[in-house]
Structures are given as C-alpha cells and as structure tokens.
Design a protein around this ligand. Structure first.
Ligand code: ADP
Length: 486
C-alpha cells in the first residue's frame, strides 16, 4: 500500500525558488512515486504562489488564529502532484523574497511566519484537515523545523501521532531567535528545555527539529559525517553526535526532465555524449552573451550565490591567474554586495576574458552548463550541491572543493582515476588561493589534451545522479520509521 507523506518546505520548484531546497522539494513527489510513496507538498502562500494557483485553488480548511493570525489552506497541484498552500496574508502576503525584502534584509517576523507555517503543517500531518490523512511528515530546513516540535510537544488533541523526518539542506541557516519569542509560540512551558526548543539560551528552530524528529537526514553522506565536527556543525555538532544513530546522508538527485542536454529547450544546440561537437554552438552563444573573446583555453563558468560559503572571495583572488593561463570566465550569480562589486571590477579589468551577469536567470543557468567547458564550485562547505551535478550531466566538467556532496559526486582526474578511465572532474583539497589556482591550472592542462577531456566529459555525462537511488533511500527510511511505530 502506498505511504502518504506530507512534505513541508518553504520553497518548491516551479513555484518559488531561492536555492537547492526548491529543486529538491519540487522533485521529491515524482522521485518517490515509483517507490510506493504518495507525496503531498505543503508550502507558504507567497504572492507568486497564490498567483500561480489562480482560481483553481480550493480552500479546504481554515484557522481563526494560527499563532494569532487567520489563515486558510488551499489545495492545488505541484506539477502532477497534490499541493497544499498556507494562505495567511498577514504572514506571507508581501512583495519581496520568501525570507526578506527586496534589499535582501530578513523579515523581522520570520520566526512568526515560519512557526505558524510549521504549526499548520503539524495540524495537517496529524489529520486536522478532513479528507487528508498522512502516515509520515517530512520537514525541510529551519523554516519547517518547528514542525516535529509541535507534533511532539503540542499535539493536536485526538490527532494522529505520525513519525517525522527533518532534512538539513544547509546547517548554516538555523533559524535562531531570542528567548522572548518563546511565549508566543503556543508551546507548553515544558518545551523550554534543552530537550525541546531551547538552544544556547534562545529558540533554535533547526535545533528543535533535529532534537524531536524521528530521523535527521542531510543531503550527502560526507556532509552527514562533517556536521559532527565543530567546523561544519555550527554549534549543533553535539546534537548530531548524540543522535548519530538517527542521522542519514542521502544524496540529492537531479530532475533529469529539467536538466537534460538532449532535450533542454534553453540550449541553442541540444546534444548527447555521442555528439559533443554540438556544444561548440552553445559556447559561441555564451561568448556573445557575456562579451567574451574566443580563445584556446577552457571557458569556465560559475552559477552561484556569491557568498563566502561558495568560496567566491577566493575565486576573486584567483581570477588573474585564470586569465593569465588562458582561461576565460562567464559568471552568473547574485549575493553579497561586496563580492558582486568585486566581480564587476574584475570583468572591467579583463575585458573579453571575464564576463559577469548579476542576477538570477534560470534559462541562462542552463545555457552556461550547455556551453561552458568547466564549472567552478570552490565551496567552503556544500551539503550536496546541485550545480556540479548539472555540470556532470551537461559535460561541463566540475572543478570542486573536496567537501560535502562535492566530495561524494565528483571523481578527481588524478593519475589513478585517469588510468582507470573513471575520472569526472577536478577536486581541490582546500579552499585557498593556492589550491584553487592549482585546480584551475590542472583543468587547463587536461583541457589541452582533447582525448582526455572528451573522456572526462563522457564519464561525467554517464554518471547517474537521477533521483532513482535517492528516492529509494527515502522510501526505505520512511518504511523503517513506520515499522518502528507499528
Ligand atoms: P545552494 O542551494 O546552496 O544555493 P545548490 O548548488 O544546492 O546551492 O543549488 C543552487 C541552485 O540554484 C541550482 O539549481 C543553481 O542552478 C541555481 N542558481 C544559483 N544561482 C543562480 C543564478 N544566479 N541564476 C540561476 N540559477 C541559479
């Protein structure tokens, strides 16, 4: 019999996306369907989401006061799968991003917005909405992480006691708030303990979810190990260690309908591993789009948030080297104002060699993967990372730091891997100028050997990071948790 799962996330492709979480939340329903799991997604009703739902949305439930705010539950579709949307205008009916205003400043009431969202999710999971029954609830990241806390510490009277899973897509974002919000969370006083929602004297949303969920997953096996350490655990390493028997690393897959060079509508020329020559047309298009000269060296690309986590400050330092040895760079990204400015300055310093586009542009991200030679991902930490997976699928060779999901998905072109014919990319040991400059040099050397480069591209494109394996792993985890409850 199919397992009914409620998947709760603050963003989901194609309705709202700021990062990889949206890709994963959007892909899970289809990934799990072949494994006997029926997923209903639950997301907040931001204006763009309500607009996309349009008149087809049906109100199926209402709260007079959801953490003090009136709210309705709308039912619609996410692709072919059921979708529930929390329509709470006081919380989500505002222009700007999902988490902050147009200038990028976080909304001051984010704790309220996402505690209410989690409270609603806990109600739905426990069966408060007529006609919707769930066996298990799967919450994602800090924005949904209070859900297991509400389920366990303030259950719906007469509600169903369903198991919960929390997935950490990025430990750096924890939803940490001062203690004085606690009385407004509608939790019993007993929840204010280190076994509940208290964390270092404040309220920790992610911490609460990790404490109270039946299982914790994160998005790669290596990151699951790394978050046990001070360096990656960001204050929650002790909790990860204490619950390590409940921690699982399950790699993200990629949506191979969206990200497939053979059928990608965004590419000037579509291609397969057997027709790599067709990529040349895509490369020309990027050169034009980014104002780059032609050249014999590789065309590096970046599609990224421009932040410290992504190692973009180190890349800035290495740009003169990249250009000096004959490379070119087309960068698409947005993020820290200072890093943005510095990339624009680098482009001005190296006209024709470095092209920078600030902003978020999904079709351009596809075009870059389809025509670039190598994608740079020098992250300081990377729970899973998707852009290197898209790079693999598109034969745009990933050049990555050896951390988290990057370590798990890219096989470094060292002599042994080259000899065995299994290499798919270039890894660097540290995120430093020296390591990155060396990795860029190695990439240029590999690129200068056409047969070796083609082999790398073919290996990369043959690597299978579809959702098949990950979907099966989540389904197995769900079944295990349900058996424990039975
Ligand atoms: P994170 O979620 O930490 O930002 P991931 O690699 O997991 O990193 O996912 C990033 C996602 O966002 C990918 O789908 C990537 O293609 C996309 N992306 C990042 N920056 C941009 C941008 N400026 N324009 C278009 N897509 C982008």
């Amino acid at each position: 019999m199919a397992i009914n799962v409620l998947s709760v996330a603050s963003e989901a492709v194609p309705l709202v996306k700021t990062g990889g979480l949206a890709d994963v939340a959007g892909a899970l329903p289809a990934a799990l369907a072949p494994h006997g799991v029926a997923v209903t997604s639950f997301i907040p009703g931001y204006p763009a989401v309500l607009k996309a739902l349009g008149k087809r949305a049906k109100a199926i439930h209402a709260w007079d006061a959801l953490l003090g705010t009136p709210a309705r539950l709308l039912a619609g579709k996410l692709g072919a799968h059921p979708l529930l949307v929390l329509d709470a205008p006081a919380l989500f009916g505002r222009e700007g991003g999902p988490y902050g205003d147009a200038s990028g400043r976080d909304w001051a009431d984010n704790w309220h917005r996402f505690a209410a969202f989690a409270r609603a999710g806990a109600d739905i999971a426990a069966g408060a909405v007529k006609g919707r029954a769930f066996d298990l609830v799967h919450a994602h990241d800090w924005q949904s992480a209070m859900l297991p806390a509400y389920l366990r510490l303030a259950p719906v009277p007469g509600g169903r006691d369903v198991p919960s899973v929390i997935t950490i897509h990025n430990m750096a974002f924890q939803g940490y708030y001062p203690a004085d919000i606690f009385p407004q969370l509608d939790l019993p006083p007993a929840a204010w303990t280190v076994d509940g929602v208290e964390s270092y004297g404040g309220v920790g949303f992610l911490k609460a979810g990790m404490q109270l969920a039946d299982a914790i997953t994160t998005v790669s096996p290596t990151y699951a190990g790394e978050i046990r350490s001070v360096e990656f655990g960001m204050g929650l390493e002790g909790l990860v260690q204490a619950r390590s028997h409940r921690v699982h690393g399950i790699l993200n897959g990629i949506d191979s309908a969206e990200w497939n060079p053979a059928s990608d509508p965004h590419l000037p020329a579509r291609y397969t591993a057997g027709k790599l020559a067709a990529r040349a047309k895509n490369k020309r298009a990027i050169e034009q789009e980014f104002g780059l000269e032609r050249g014999d060296g590789p065309l590096f690309i970046v599609v990224s948030r421009l932040t410290w986590q992504k190692g973009m400050d180190v890349l800035l330092e290495a740009l003169d080297h990249l250009v000096g040895i004959g490379g070119r760079l087309a960068l698409l990204g947005s993020g820290d104002a200072e890093i943005e400015k510095a990339f624009l300055a680098a482009a001005a310093r190296h006209p024709g060699r470095i092209g920078v586009r600030l902003g978020y542009d999904e079709p351009a991200a596809h075009r870059l993967q389809g025509g670039g030679d190598a994608i740079l991902v020098p992250s300081r930490f990377e729970p899973c990372g998707l852009t290197q997976l898209y790079g693999l699928a598109y034969g745009c060779i990933p050049v990555v730091s050896r951390t988290g999901g990057l370590a798990d998905t890219v096989i470094d072109a060292n002599p042994a891997a080259l000899a065995a014919g299994v290499a798919t990319g270039v890894q660097m040991n540290a995120v430093s100028y020296t390591a990155l400059a060396m990795a860029i040099s190695r990439t240029c050397e590999l690129y200068a050997r056409p047969a070796t480069w083609k082999r790398l591209q073919k290996n990369a494109m043959a690597a299978d990071f579809s959702w098949d394996a990950s979907g099966a792993a989540y389904a197995a985890l769900y079944r295990q948790l349900l058996e424990e409850r039975a």
